[in-house]
Design a protein around this ligand. Structure first.
Ligand code: GLU
Length: 459
């Protein structure tokens, strides 16, 4: 497990070992032993599956493409997590992302374990026919270890509903007569997917911010002011002013979060910057987010990069370097691209007071520590971006029942689930000296530890 996740799991276990009320039946040597078992279980994946997919390209060449499925932990249910198509995929990254899924599901009481898949390709360099073959090969190579009650993949960076539809179809052909609807989530609605799944991650990301700065803050204002907590001070500072927000990444997560923020009547937001792999667009008066969403929809997902393209999009903005988005003087920065974007070398340049992690692991351990010391609120990935897997769970349920929920029902269920997690975590966060990430990990590790203990697995 990569350092940041592993280190926080270990410090959560250390805190729980000291808390004598937690697993109070376990004392002295037995307690030490159980905690050593927990550390071993949570720091290593149960299974690492690796293959080289043999794929014939349209030009006649046959390539071998490295692919992974890593199953971290299934204490709480079948393994669950996305499949990433990206050039930078590697075993260590996928292992860490699988562990994050275990923690994310435990935190939100989703009855799944954690897994993750990866294929080392740049999907933009393959034709549609080649991508279909890659998806089919992936399922063929890993078909024994996947399934609705074993391991349920979903989209991640570089994949979407099209890939999940192809993969489910391949699973169905390999296992005729077996239940198949719950074998993949994040499918298209036409093919058994859930309404609202596409928007779920981005909506959830914005919802965590809104819930903290609007609902929770309004209700707990007196208590927050009296608490003297450094993070409570940061939150209270935004009470009446319109929020200046920057969004890094304008894909499925960033664009939906930006649109939610733009349309939110509770907070008077201004989206002053958005970025993608090519560019940052900046406007201190606020960007026209709906116009940008419309533009990207018909331009291969890319934001405008020239003055002519801005005119075409009917958007007023300054064109800046793609990394500028990270260092703007804003209140909130939503990180919705890839991991490790804020690290030791650039953390000093970050001016945002609140960071919301739409992507998985966008802030490194060292950067996280230095931002927390300054009182920056970081709403961590396992709390903020769980909307995707939560609605994946609803999709899996709907597939089993073959009864489908309306979009409104899906979002109500989603927000209620995220709200109950936040109501459990926020009072502690604003009352004690632990960062929000640590608080979330402690809850997730508690859930996993109690279940493992009840199942007699801590020997
Ligand atoms: N890839 C998403 C995540 O990292 C969704 C996973 C899922 O729906 O299973 O949370």
């Amino acid at each position: 497990m990569a350092s940041q996740t592993g280190a926080i799991v270990q410090s959560s276990l250390d805190a729980l070992l000291e808390d004598k009320e937690f697993l109070s039946n376990l004392q002295n040597e037995l307690r030490e032993q159980a905690f050593t078992s927990l550390a071993a279980i949570l720091s290593t994946p149960n299974h690492v599956h690796k293959s080289f997919l043999r794929v014939p390209l349209e030009n006649g060449e046959v390539v071998r493409i490295p692919a992974f499925r890593i199953q971290h932990n299934n204490t709480l249910g079948p393994y669950k997590g996305g499949i990433r198509f990206h050039e930078m995929v590697n075993e260590e990254e996928v292992t860490n992302l699988a562990a994050l899924m275990t923690l994310k599901n435990a935190l939100h009481e989703v009855p799944f374990g954690g897994g993750k898949g990866g294929v080392i390709i740049n999907p933009r360099k393959f034709s549609e026919k080649e991508l279909l073959l890659i998806c089919q090969k992936y399922v063929q190579y890993f078909s024994d270890v996947l399934g609705p009650d074993k391991d349920i993949p979903a989209p991640d960076v570089g994949t979407g509903d099209r890939e999940m539809d192809w993969m489910m179809a391949e699973y169905k052909s390999i296992h005729p007569g077996k239940p198949y609807r719950g074998s993949f989530t994040g499918k298209s609605v036409l093919n058994g997917g859930s309404l609202g799944r596409r928007e779920a991650t981005g909506k959830g990301v914005y919802y965590t911010l809104r819930y903290m700065l609007y609902d929770f803050l309004k209700e707990q204002k007196k208590w927050l002011s009296d608490s003297g907590n450094i993070f409570a001070k940061t939150a209270l500072a935004f009470e009446d002013d319109p929020l200046k927000i920057a969004v890094q990444g304008f894909g499925n997560v960033g664009s939906v979060a930006a649109l939610e923020a733009y349309q939110c009547n509770h907070l008077q937001n201004k989206i002053v910057a958005v970025s993608d792999r090519n560019v940052t667009l900046y406007n201190s008066d606020g960007l026209d987010v709906p116009a940008l969403v419309e533009y990207t929809a018909s331009n291969n997902g890319d934001l405008p990069v020239t003055d002519e393209q801005l005119i075409e999009a009917d958007v007023k903005a300054e064109i800046r370097d793609r990394n500028d988005v990270l260092y703007l003087d804003v209140d909130v920065m939503i990180l919705a691209a890839l991991e490790d974007v804020i690290h030791n070398e650039n953390v000093e340049k970050v001016k945002a007071k609140i960071i919301v992690e739409g992507a998985n692991a966008p802030v490194t351990g060292e950067a996280d520590k230095s931002l927390n010391e300054k009182g920056v609120i970081i709403i961590p990935d396992i709390l903020a971006n769980a909307g995707g897997v939560i609605v994946s769970y609803f999709e899996w349920l709907q597939g089993r029942e073959t009864q489908f929920y309306s979009e409104q029902e899906v979002f109500e269920l989603l927000f209620n689930k995220m709200k109950s997690t936040m109501n459990m975590i926020f009072p502690q966060y604003f009352g004690d000296p632990f960062p929000l990430r640590q608080n979330c990990y402690i809850h997730a590790v508690m859930k996993l530890s109690t279940t493992l203990y009840r199942q007699g697995k801590l020997y």
